[in-house]
Each structure stands twice: as C-alpha cells, then as structure tokens.
Design a protein around this ligand. Sequence first.
Ligand code: ADP
Length: 400
Amino acid sequence: MKILVINAGSSSLKYQLLDPATHELMAKGLCERIGIGGHIKHTPEGKEAYAADIDMPTHSEAIQAVLSLLVDPAHGVIKTVSEIDAVGHRVVHGGEEFASSVLIDDQVMDTLKACIPLAPLHNPANITGINACKAAMPGVPHVAVFDTAFHQTLPPKAFIFALPYEYYEKDKVRRYGFHGTSHRYVSQRAASLMGRPIEELKLVTCHLGNGASTCAIKYGKSIDTSMGFTPLDGLPMGTRSGAVDSGILQYLMDLKHLDIHQMLDILNKKSGVLGISGISSDFRDLDQAAAAGSERAQLAIDVFTYKVTKRIGSSAAAMGGLDGVIFTAGVGENSPELRAKILEGLEFLGLKLDPAKNNIRGKEAVISTDDSPNTIMVIPTNEELVIAMDTAKIVSQLKK
Ligand code: ADP
C-alpha cells in the first residue's frame, strides 16, 4: 500500500510517500512560500534531490506540483497518481471530538471547522490542505490523524484547569496536550524493544525538539502531559516560554504598554531558551556558546534540563511508579549531554545512565546500565509513519 502523508501549514506543505507495511520511504519533500511565491524541495529515494521555484498561489497548486513530481519520469517514484491508495493528513487539534484517527467525510470536516477557535493558527491550514488534496485526488480515501487524540485518555483531574468550571463546560478550556502521535509511537516502540506488553508498563516519554513536551503513559494510555490548552504550556522550548506565572502577564503588559497579542508574541517567539540566553533557540548553538563561557547560554540549558528532570519525577508520581524513560525529537535523539544532564540525580527513580551507551545520536538504543532497575531509551520519532499506518488501517477496514 502507498500512502501519501500531508502536513499542511499556513504557507507550507510537507509530504512523504511511504509504504506503512514495509516502512519504505519512497519520497519526501516540502512546498514553501505558498501564497507569496512558491518553492518545492523534492527528495525521491534512490534519485537526486530536486528543487524549483513554482508558482503556488494556493495549496491547490502546491499539491499539484507534488503529484506531478511524484509521477515525473526523471524525479518521480510512481507511474501514475492512481498508485496512491490513500492520503493521511496531520491535523493539530481534534478537540474532545476525536480520540483516534478518522476517515474524513463531510461531518468530520464540519467538526474540524468547529475546532478552529481552539487552534486558530494551525487548523485552518490543515483544513485548506485537506480540501486541496481532496480536490486533486477525489476518488481516494483521506484520513485525519490528530496531535491531540492520544491525550483524550487523560482523567479529568489531569485535564481540568483550576478555573471556574463553566470555562470547561461552555468554552472547552482544558488541557488537550499535543505531540500525541510522537508520544504514542515511541512508547509503543519502547514496549516492543523492552519485550514487554505496553499494558503493564509505566513510561515517561520526553519529546524534546523545538517544541517540547513530556507524557506520562500508564499501561499504554496517556494519563498526563505537559502541554495544555495550547502548545505554549509546560516546558520551556526553543522560543516558547512554557508555563509561567500568569500574574507576570499583567505586570509586563502594564509596565511595557503591551497589548495581549504583543505579549503572546513574546511568550511564543522571543522566550524559551532563546529568551534566557539571548543567543539562539538551537541547542547546538547554546552548547557551543556555553562551552565558550557564556553564562546565559549555560543558564538556558540549566533551566530547560531542570524542568524536564522535574517532569520525569512528577510523571512517575502521577503513575505511581516507573519502568522506563524515552527520549525523542531533535534534542532528545541527538544530545547525549542534555540527556545526561536531565537524568542527573534521578538514580533514586531507578534510572542509571550508561555514559558509553548514551554516546549515540539519532538511533534506537537502550542507554541505561545493565543493572539499572528501569530502562532509559532513545527512540527516533516517526510521526509520518504513524500517520501512514493509521491511514492504512482505516482504509483496509473500509475494504472489508
Ligand atoms: P521540531 O520541533 O521543529 O520538529 P526537531 O525535533 O527537529 O524540532 O528538533 C530541532 C532541535 O533539535 C534544534 O533546534 C536543535 O536545538 C536540536 N538538535 C538537533 N541536533 C542536535 C544536537 N546534535 N545537539 C543538540 N541539539 C540538537
């Protein structure tokens, strides 16, 4: 089966064509500058990468460019578009409506539109991407896979904010959590690497990239997670503040004469490790700067790793125990130094890091010592593969 996976942003469209059964990636690429020009980077497996400026006033032209390249004699990997069995779409917010992936029909589209106020930056772009793909490939099933769905198993005590209850009941204000596809994938890989059923494991997954979140996964279900109503909550990130005392907002807005949009812009784009260090949102830059003596780069690293350490502890407390910790995404997969720093002092939770085994980047590995009571692992995330696998599963049920 060949599944096209689409991740549409407001001016971008990422894609992968892959076979979920064999995990074979056939091609991947990115359309950028949609609406303000148009550029495509296309990387077919076994052939040279290709890039070109192509006029893309809307996502429709972008998906047309993708389909043309996929069947192109020089740069393509399939003969005709009809070889694509289904399309899987990443959708950021499914609200409380979707606890798993779904086949997209008119009713699902209406529900996605109803979720727009919950994710005003992301869901409109996802919907535009779905509409463009449905128009370009009308006879093909389309499936939506949600960032929020995996966290729909959170119990009320974990998802209710201590605000007047009507804000939940009437206005849907609650913890939703994000990165669900990634947390689900790495926890399932972890269980299979450990050779134990996920139904008996208590795992903490740490998705540490530009965006960062942790998840407490008890017996295969998300029971708590660090991101909240929006992806701004929880850990400090590249440019996002993570959770801050909300009293700070009014103080700064009064002092600096900021409106709420300017304040949120600061919290989303100028904070996190960039804000603390004043140097960069990229941990590689921070490592270098800290090694060269920058105290603020070091402080940014210290604040970030301290918060992740605390989340591992609080997640273990929420689950009443711990069997394993998993690191994934850019930082989690590639930085032995940050992993070591996060795990410092956590031996009391049965987490003994093996420095030699920890010295790996970007591949699946157990990095705890042989006598560590609990397992520490690195598992590269693969959200596109999960989207393709969910899509294939839903489509094969249709055929029965
Ligand atoms: P996104 O959330 O955008 O998908 P990624 O998961 O790709 O982000 O993570 C990107 C981040 O990973 C970069 O900003 C960088 O800080 C970090 N990163 C990548 N490689 C390394 C490395 N070798 N050492 C430390 N950090 C790294």
